[in-house]
Design a protein around this ligand. Structure first.
Ligand code: 5RP
Length: 219
């Protein structure tokens, strides 16, 4: 099976977690796009969606979903999103698509984070994929220098501006043995908006598309 077929299988499997009248949190990326398509085709009568990015919002609007303001909801049952890497503790690196800040905010509002991905994203140790760090433009060089002191190798994502007008540094670490500590340390650098480590609050469920079918892991 192709990587896209595995993503699609995981995305379609996530429909099991959506109930009538739910508000559903929606992540960003190609795997999530499969989920949006499946959700639309399922015709499950949900009460609306809370979205993590302009890109996902556009796709959802084309299907006619009701888009809810995150500020108007206290919490909702489920958030569905992909990952760039996920370990056995369901801690993730996200943000390859640059939507990490919206993703972290919307995920924080959900009772259950369902991560959907293909088998290539499963790793023993996080860190091969760079950690995206969203930075206020004024602080870009300062933050990059601070990250070098931490042992990271920051690469400016040229020409990319986030939904909130900020820039992204993609930071390479040799391996991330203490993801919670690194997530907090990066967040503490002045000028950092957020970073793509989802370790303090990992996913609750992983649906992994494999050649042997979709494998579920729950915390
Ligand atoms: C976007 C993300 C995506 O979830 C992550 O990059 C995975 O993307 P894809 O589903 O296209 O493989 O975090 O910011």
């Amino acid at each position: 099976m192709s990587q896209d077929e595995l993503k699609k299988a995981a995305a379609e499997n996530a429909l099991r977690f959506v109930k009538e009248k739910d508000v559903v949190g929606i992540g960003t990326g190609s795997t999530v796009n499969f989920f949006i398509d499946a959700l639309a085709q399922s015709r499950i009568p949900i009460d609306g969606v809370v979205v993590s990015s302009k890109a996902s919002m556009q796709r959802l609007m084309q299907y006619g979903f009701e888009i809810l303001d995150p500020n108007s909801v206290v919490h909702f049952p489920i958030y569905v999103d992909g990952a760039d890497e996920v370990n056995s503790r369901l801690q993730m690196i996200k943000g390859g698509g640059g939507a990490l800040t919206g993703e972290k905010i919307v995920a924080s509002l959900a009772k259950k984070f369902v991560c959907i991905s293909d088998a290539s994203k499963k790793v023993d140790v996080l860190g091969k994929f760079p950690v995206a760090v969203e930075v206020i433009p004024l602080a870009r060089s300062f933050v990059a220098r601070e990250i070098v002191k931490l042992g990271g190798d920051p690469v400016y994502r040229q020409g990319y501006v986030t939904d909130y007008g900020n820039v992204i540094l993609d930071v390479y670490f040799s391996s991330i043995l203490e993801p919670i500590k690194l997530e907090e340390t990066l967040n503490n650098i002045t000028g950092v908006v957020t970073n793509g480590l989802f370790a303090r609050h990992p996913a609750d469920v992983l649906l992994l598309g494999t050649e042997e079918g979709v494998k579920e892991t729950s915390l």
